[in-house]
Design a protein. Structure first.
Length: 296
């Protein structure tokens, strides 16, 4: 299955099918061609970012995105053709739409729908959308849904959101290590920080610090307890590795502690292998060090 952006005029055949379906359901009879064309004129799609799902030459469905009210991406014209249902097309379209929304700097997806579109409601709930207070006016709106997007972005060292997360990390480490040394805060100008967000809420952070000619050290890897187990840590690792590659680095090294078994499991799961402890951790019995080659 391929999902690609298209000119809205290219999506007109599937948009007509969409309107035929929802108009027919509303009236309890087949929609007339005149009703479909009038609705297309009343609700044009030429201001939307349209995506179409295809299997070869077969069109499976479409989804549109409206970016006129930042930081929201509003889902429009979400539709899967009847013959394509039950094949995961709807979920794939939503996932592709969320990716495009991130690329447009949106932080929250939202949408309106009708109570009789039960398949759509089930799809949105399955995909993590939650019902919210109605945010727009219209006679055909029965339910409103929203989903905060998860994304990672670069951060400056003096970002107060970053500082708050690091303070929480340090507090957690002191609790595990009884105020024993928890490692120096990276302070050199070459350090690169990143923050993970859900919607507009910061939920995690990471840093990479140059260490020698081709190595970078992973520092300050942290995810808020409430956000753990939701895929945030892998996103932060991906961002750190991409940053190192872009900076010309070849390998990431890191130090963690034996009292952080979940961190050890994470690093080993994502390809980090145990190495001899490097300074200043080479004499620390509580430390373990790992490395991963991230570039040829």
């Amino acid at each position: 299955m391929d999902i690609t952006p298209v000119d809205p005029t290219e999506a007109l055949p599937v948009i007509r099918a969409y309107y035929a379906d929802i108009i027919g359901r509303y009236h309890g009879r087949p929609a007339t061609p005149a009703e479909i064309e009038q609705t297309i004129r009343d609700e044009p799609s030429d201001d939307l970012v349209m995506l179409i799902a295809r299997d070869g030459n077969e069109i499976l469905g479409c989804v549109g995105l409206d970016f006129h009210i930042p930081p929201f991406a509003e889902v429009k014209r979400m539709y899967v053709l009847p013959d394509a249902r039950g094949r995961g097309v709807g979920q794939a379209l939503l996932a592709a739409a969320e990716k495009v929304a991130r690329e447009h700097d949106a932080v929250t997806m939202r949408l309106d729908t009708r109570r009789d579109l039960v398949e759509a409601i089930a799809l949105y709930r399955k995909a993590g959308y939650v019902e919210v207070e109605q945010f727009s006016e219209g006679m055909y709106i029965d339910h409103s849904f929203a989903k905060d997007l998860v994304y990672v972005t670069a951060a400056e060292p003096d970002d107060i959101r970053l500082k708050a997360l690091i303070a929480e990390l340090d507090q957690e480490l002191r609790g595990r290590y009884n105020d024993e040394a928890i490692g120096p805060m990276p302070i050199t100008s070459e350090v690169r920080f990143a923050l993970a967000f859900r919607g507009q809420e910061p939920i995690g952070c990471v840093a990479v610090q140059p260490k020698g000619d081709v190595d970078f050290e992973l520092k300050r890897m942290f995810v808020l307890p409430a956000a753990r187990g939701t895929g945030i840590a892998p996103l932060l690792l991906d961002a750190a590795e991409a940053t190192v590659r872009a900076a010309g680095g070849r390998r990431i090294v890191l130090e963690t502690g034996i009292r952080q078994p979940e961190a050890i499991r994470l690093y080993e799961k994502f390809g980090y292998t145990r190495i001899p402890n490097f300074p200043p951790y080479d004499q620390d019995p509580l430390s373990v060090c790992y490395a991963k080659v991230v570039a040829d």
